[in-house]
Design a binder for this molecule. Structure first.
Ligand SMILES: [Mg+2]
Length: 126
């Protein structure tokens, strides 16, 4: 089933994920070395390797979006400050359709693997 979402981001089809990588901001692009210091405080520089990784995905033809719980205007200002804004199609705080998600808090969950839930719980409840 195709679900069409109309929001401030425009119209998005939930099946429209081809060649899109959704990337977390804090701890992945923004170094975030001191952890959370306030929603409007993106205080750190670029995470090592992020600029090169973003450029490589862009060169390979992937559309890039940032998915973060931090306000989009804070992220957009930060991206401009570090000359990374031109790489991103969107900054969103809702889960966008994507081929891949890169997140420093993610737990890989393989659909169909018998023990995926056990492995996830082992990491969360350790
Ligand atoms: Mg993060």
């Amino acid at each position: 089933m195709v679900v069409i979402i109309k929001s401030s981001l425009g119209t998005v089809s939930t099946l429209d994920k081809s060649k899109t990588v959704a990337i977390d901001f804090d701890g992945v692009i923004h170094s975030y070395s001191r952890g959370f210091q306030g929603l409007e405080n993106a205080y750190d520089g670029v995470h090592p390797g992020a600029r090169e990784g973003i450029a490589a995905l862009n060169k390979a033809g992937y559309k890039l979006v940032i998915v973060s719980s931090r306000p989009a205007y804070v992220i957009r200002d930060w991206l401009k400050k570090y000359a990374l804004d031109s790489y991103f199609e969107d900054v969103a705080n809702i889960k966008r359709p994507a081929s891949f998600y890169i997140d420093d808090r993610a737990i890989e969950f393989k659909k169909g693997r018998k023990n995926s839930w056990k492995l996830a719980l082992d990491k969360i409840l350790k």
